[in-house]
Write a protein that binds this ligand. Structure first.
Ligand code: PEP
Ligand code: MG
Length: 915
């Protein structure tokens, strides 16, 4: 029994009134909240009710049962629908039919289940036929219902995708018998027989009769939708997009309206503007005399709203455009809608903020500001442009010459709908599971997943492929939505493709391709080419990096530049780059880097391996010094290049850090049998002595061994050489009239004494060089915080260090006790089993490593109030980690050059979302 204080589980909408609204996504899910909102703002929405996400939580917490009051609440809400629609559920004269759909807080397109036409049985179908005056429609609806209910609720859907679906098999046989191409062409009599055959198939496979009682059907559907929250594909999707499993789904029960009622009825999906490139104007796909699922599944070739709806149904076309404008104005964003036209009248079944490519996201955000719908700050909302999606503007396109050659050679095979931008090439792969297996065997494999259409089960295969190509589907089909979101190159609806899964072939006209053959696809134009067409970077890259494109002529670049201007106005966190060469530094500056946050000096040594090996093999100070002296000029000129490229921006140079085995170990000697001889000659030792020395240098765990400042402490001449090279370069460049701000960074410090030891050497060299050159250069000496002890003792270390930089690669390794080099063997398993929410080497482990960082920041600033603190681990380019760094008050993040724009955007978003 319900009481006045009972929790509200069921929210009605209809007749212009709704219990909920758009702000209640947490309780009602996205679909339910927006159905309520559209009802309230006067749009035509079939009446219905939403069972809250709280019931889903209850369902899983209580052994898949419902709260006691739910049955009564549903019965009461059902009565309201009946009143609003003037029909009765289960009535044998004027039957109301219902749909039952999932709807989570964040949309999870196609991942959960739906049942349509609930309420049909042998009696109500006759009433529906009589009332509609269309027997074929009534039986088609019944046939669809039995099939959908059988698949979703009675679990007829085969788990093995390669196995034959009994319903599809029966349907195909019937179409062949009647000589029709589409399901909608089947006769009423044929459909009647099909319903019988479907029910028999259900009985045979499950042992159960199909339920005739409408209320039993409804509760069966509700249970199936709640259960679908925990199906495998929904869990994979949530993991990919960081949606918590605890959120649960709502269930939306709504009166059916029928797009398959007549020739002046239709079903469709639409976007209030293009979501592939972001062009303005309503567009969509529709099918006359069809139900919505036909459009989404992409089984029949749809028509384009913008091309032909005006002729087919002029009033509905005008109404849809009008509704599109109302929705954009109301939601201040592009909407992705589902609609049904029943006897010429438009009904809205769904609206949600549209998923979009990074391209479209930038264009739409900039356009909406220009149209006065939002302000620049709102344009930066991470919901509008997820920082990582900016990557797509930096996607490769076909190399124009290679593309021209492919055109001239007649290699253009066909054209589909451009659904995910970028260009790629790869080997044809027909099955998602095969794509996944090939990817697991080789992460670099270039695959194009080629399917007739994709379904949510293909998600893992889509993740594994570089590109996706389908024969059916429109711009809003599953393949298009999901690929766009993943930033994959994607073409859908390439209807000339004839794909034969059994034979493992794809044909276009008289050309046939086998699994493993190369093709190339252009997600900007929808073109499919034979063989591989080489790719080249994006327009933005051309302008920004290659200085090849004309900034005035590239609209894409201009929008990018406008966005980045807003980004820089709003962010407070500085963005630096991790760069070790003048080229990298120049790229990073072009991307907006404000300094170098990490120059790994050992990377400069990669070109001088002989001298480094000589240094490593040295057993006396004198011999070591000789080797080090050879390195000094190389180092000095490398630093000069870097300082010149950075033109006065701060440059953090880290002293030598790596485990020495990276340069010389037993593995090197084994792999190159001549090496010991060469080293013997170089050092005047015997080969045997070389082997003995290398053996002596062996460490069980070199990452925790003699590296970082430990090297400079035991071999102070290395630190002295590096400090001298840095300061000689700084003084020389300063003398050229270029400002320099070196920040010398001591790695892997855990004890203040370690820092002091190294600082003393650095300062002695710095003062000596300045005295020798007569130049004065302002420099800082600071440290990395990358072992837990340094974070915990940061107050002590900051008494010496003038700046901190969190080395979160090592801090993660040492805090979690997980080797950064070989954790790949189990991290996938950990993620799949929700042991860790993310790969901790990509996104900061906020509680653990993040906790240490907070301690480090507080401790450091307790001793040195204005201590400058940054991060230079790989996490510095990860948007979620950037947000965290902003929240704990870091001064800058540092990341690889190509992630700089992403880090800048993430920094602005962190500032904006903090208010
Ligand atoms: C780190 O440990 O985070 C770091 C930046 O240093 P490296 O990756 O060179 O060890
Ligand atoms: Mg490190």
């Amino acid at each position: 029994m319900t009481t006045a204080t009972a929790t509200k589980y069921v929210f009605s909408f209809g007749d212009g009134k709704a219990d909920g609204g758009a702000t209640m996504k947490n309780e009602l899910g996205g679909k339910g909240a927006n159905l309520a909102e559209m009802t309230s703002i006067g749009l035509p929405v079939p009446a219905g009710f939403t069972i809250s996400t709280g019931v889903c939580t209850y369902y899983y917490d209580n052994g898949e049962t419902y709260p006691e009051q739910l049955r009564d609440d549903v019965a009461a809400a059902l009565e309201k629908i009946e009143k609003a629609m003037g029909a009765k559920f289960g009535c044998t004269e004027n039957p109301l039919l219902l749909s039952c759909r999932s709807g989570a807080r964040e949309s999870m397109p196609g991942m959960m289940d739906t049942v349509l036409n609930i309420g049909l049985n042998d009696t109500t179908v006759a009433a529906l036929a009589k009332k509609s005056g269309n027997e074929q429609f009534a039986w088609d609806s019944y046939r669809r219902f039995v099939q959908m209910y059988g698949d979703v609720v009675l679990e007829m859907k085969t788990l093995d995708k390669k196995e034959i679906d009994p319903f599809e098999h029966l349907l195909e046989a019937k179409k062949e018998a009647e000589g029709v191409e589409f399901d909608s062409g089947l006769s009423a009599a044929g459909l009647k027989e099909l319903v019988k055959e479907f029910k028999a198939a259900i009985k045979e496979r499950t042992g159960n009769d199909f339920p005739d009682e409408p209320l039993d059907q409804l509760w069966g559907a509700i249970g199936a939708v709640f259960s679908s929250w925990m199906n495998d594909r929904a869990m994979v999707y949530r993991r990919q997009y960081g949606i918590p499993h605890e959120w649960g789904t709502a269930v939306n029960v709504q009166a059916m309206v029928f797009g398959n009622l007549s020739e002046d009825s239709a079903s469709g999906v639409g976007l209030t503007r293009d979501c592939s490139l972001g062009d303005p104007g309503f567009r969509g796909d529709y099918l006359i005399n069809a139900q919505g699922e036909d459009v989404v599944a992409g089984i029949r070739s749809t028509k384009r709203v913008e091309e032909s709806l005006h002729d087919d149904m002029p009033e509905a076309f005008d109404r849809l455009n009008e509704i599109g404008k109302i929705l954009e104005k109301h939601y201040k964003d592009v909407q992705d809608i589902e609609f049904t036209v029943q006897h010429g009248k438009v009904w809205m079944l769904q609206t949600r903020n549209a998923k979009r490519t990074g391209f479209a996201a930038v264009r739409i955000a900039v356009d909406l500001v220009n149209e006065g719908l939002i302000d620049p700050k709102e344009a930066l909302n991470p919901r509008r442009i997820p920082a990582d999606d900016l990557n797509q503007l930096l996607q490769p396109i076909f190399d124009p010459d290679a593309k021209a050659a492919a055109d001239a050679e007649g290699r253009l095979l066909t054209k589909g709908i451009n659904a995910g931008p970028g260009a790629t090439y790869g080997k044809i792969c027909f099955h998602a599971e095969d794509a996944e297996a090939q990817y697991n065997a080789d992460n670099d494999v270039q695959l194009i997943l080629v399917r007739r259409e994709t379904s949510p089960e293909d998600l893992r295969g889509m993740q594994a492929a570089k590109g996706i190509l389908t024969a059916f589907g429109g711009a809003s089909s599953h393949a298009a939505l999901v690929s766009r979101q993943m930033g994959k190159v994607c073409i859908v609806g390439a209807t000339e493709l004839d794909i034969d899964y059994q034979a493992g072939t794809m044909s276009v006209g008289d050309k046939t391709f086998n699994e493993g053959d190369y093709i190339s696809i252009d997600g900007f134009t929808g073109e499919v080419f034979e063989g591989s067409v080489t790719t080249k970077p994006s327009e933005v890259l051309d302008v920004v990096i290659h200085k090849a494109g004309d900034p005035e002529k590239s609209e894409t670049y201009k929008r990018y530049a406008q966005l980045m201007e807003w980004v820089d106005e709003h962010r407070t966190l500085n963005v630096r780059t991790n760069a070790d060469s003048p080229d990298q530094a120049a790229e990073a500056i072009a991307f907006g880097a404000e300094g170098i946050g990490l120059c790994r000096t050992e990377h400069m040594f990669f070109h001088h391996v002989d001298e480094i090996r000589e240094m490593i093999l040295a057993e006396t100070k004198e011999v070591r010094q000789k080797a080090i002296d050879k390195l000094l000029p190389y180092q000095r000129s490398d630093f000069e290049g870097l300082f010149r490229a950075m033109e006065g921006r701060p440059v953090t140079v880290r002293l030598l850090d790596p485990p020495l085995h990276e340069f010389l170990s037993e593995r090197h000697l084994e792999e190159d049998p001549a090496l010991a001889g060469q080293l013997a000659k170089m050092t005047g030792k015997s080969e045997e002595e070389i082997h003995r020395r290398v053996e002596g240098l062996h460490e069980s765990n070199p990452m925790l061994g003699h590296r970082g400042c430990r090297l400079g402490i035991v071999y102070p001449e290395i630190t002295a050489m590096q400090a001298r090279a840095i300061m000689e370069a700084a003084c020389a460049v300063k003398k050229e009239g270029i400002d320099v701000h070196p920040e010398i960074m001591i790695p892997l410090v855990g004890f203040l004494a370690e820092f002091k030891d190294q600082e003393k050497i650095v300062r002695a060299q710095a003062e000596a060089v300045m005295a020798e050159t007569g130049q004065k250069v302002e420099y800082l000496v600071g440290t990395m915080i990358e072992v837990p002890r340094a974070a915990v003792c940061a107050d002590q270390i900051a008494t010496g260090a003038e700046f901190f930089s969190f080395g979160t690669n090592d801090l993660t390794q040492t805090a979690l006790g997980i080797s950064r080099d070989d954790y790949g063997g189990f991290i996938g398993y950990y993620r799949e089993h929700d042991i860790v929410p993310n790969d901790p080497f990509q996104t900061i482990d906020f509680d653990g490593v993040g906790g240490l960082m907070k301690i480090g920041v507080e401790g450091g600033r307790s001793s040195r109030k204005d201590l400058k603190i940054g991060i230079c681990g790989e996490h510095g380019g990860d948007p979620a980690s950037v947000k965290f760094c902003h929240s704990i008050g870091l001064n800058y993040v540092s990341c690889s050059p190509f992630r700089v724009p992403i880090a800048r955007l993430a920094a602005a978003q962190a500032a904006v979302s903090q208010g």
